[in-house]
Every structure is written in structure tokens, then in C-alpha cells.
Design a protein around this ligand. Structure first.
Ligand code: IDP
Ligand code: MG
Length: 152
């Protein structure tokens, strides 16, 4: 599987509801490495590119209105298998169908207010990381406790 990077964003509802720390801690505790983090209120242009695959869907304009309505916490997480693992931590798109123990399963009820975004595959992750971050904002660093995280 190898070391991957994925894009994760706490949506405006998660920020407004005070869930930033709760969500960050789940990724930290799992053992993934945070390599980029910023708070940004996305422009319409950024939001439309980010959700470009949904352009024809009936919920598109409402989704763009929502995601541009306030600050988002944008992140890049790194680790082995992080792309699919982050999707598992996040849970299914419809929060009422997300398993308990997942972020959406524990913290949300409404599909249009489902708290968090995570890239759905390797190509999407690459696209979304470069859409939201300049390469100078991404930090390569070695955790001091690396020896306790990976097998030698
Ligand atoms: P994902 O966030 O789990 O990858 P997608 O199908 O990619 O889910 O949809 C992107 C986002 O669009 C969802 O997280 C949700 O906020 C919103 N969305 C998806 N389907 C609907 C819908 O039927 N009504 C309202 N919002 C929706
Ligand atoms: Mg998606």
C-alpha cells in the first residue's frame, strides 16, 4: 500500500459546532501524520473546482453556498493507506447510515451537514491537495516517536 497523502477538510458546520479538536484528535490518535493545516473560507471558484464532479447534481449550488459560508479547516494527512483509512474514519456520506464510531456516525445526522470531507482515491487526493495547498505549505517532518509507530 505504501505511504500516501490525503486531503481532509472540516466543513463550516464542523468549525461552527466546535468539533475541530475532536476531529483532529481522531486522526492523530489513529497514528497519521499531519503535514499541512490551515483555516480558510473558500472562494466560490475553489469550491466549484473542489466539487466539480458534482456540477450536474441538484444539490450542487447549495453545496457550494454551504462550503463557502464560513471557515473550513483544510488538512493534509500522511501515512500508510491513509486515503482509504481516512474514508473509514469519516464514515458513509449519509450520516444516518454511517457506522457509530465514525466521525459522521458519531457527530452528524444530515447529509448536507456531514461535518467533514476526505479524498475518495489517489487521483482525487493529488488533485485536491494541489487545489487547496501550495507545495510550500506542506511540511515534511519525522515524528520523534517514529520508532514506536512502524515495524523495523
Ligand atoms: P463524500 O463527501 O462522502 O465523498 P459525495 O457523494 O462526494 O460524498 O458528495 C459530496 C458532498 O455533497 C457530501 O459530503 C454532502 O455534503 C453533499 N451531498 C451529497 N449528496 C447529497 C444530497 O443528496 N443532498 C445534499 N447534499 C449532498
Ligand atoms: Mg466525495
Amino acid at each position: 500500500m505504501g505511504i500516501e497523502r490525503t486531503f481532509v477538510a472540516i466543513k463550516p458546520d464542523g468549525v461552527q459546532r466546535g468539533l475541530i479538536g475532536e476531529i483532529l484528535s481522531r486522526f492523530e490518535r489513529k497514528g497519521f501524520k499531519l503535514v499541512a493545516l490551515k483555516q480558510v473560507t473558500p472562494s466560490r471558484e475553489l469550491a466549484e473546482k473542489h466539487y466539480g464532479v458534482h456540477r450536474e447534481r441538484p444539490f450542487f449550488s447549495g453545496l457550494v453556498d454551504f462550503i463557502t459560508s464560513g471557515p473550513v479547516v483544510a488538512m493534509v494527512w500522511e501515512g500508510e493507506g491513509v486515503i482509504s483509512s481516512a474514508r473509514k474514519l469519516i464514515g458513509a456520506t449519509k450520516p444516518l447510515e454511517s457506522e457509530p464510531g465514525t466521525i459522521r456516525g458519531d457527530l452528524a445526522v444530515n447529509i448536507g451537514r456531514n461535518v467533514i470531507h476526505g479524498s475518495d482515491g489517489a487521483e482525487t487526493a493529488k488533485f485536491e491537495i494541489s487545489l487547496w495547498f501550495d507545495s510550500s505549505e506542506i511540511n515534511d517532518w519525522i515524528p520523534a516517536d517514529l520508532v514506536w509507530r512502524v515495524e523495523s
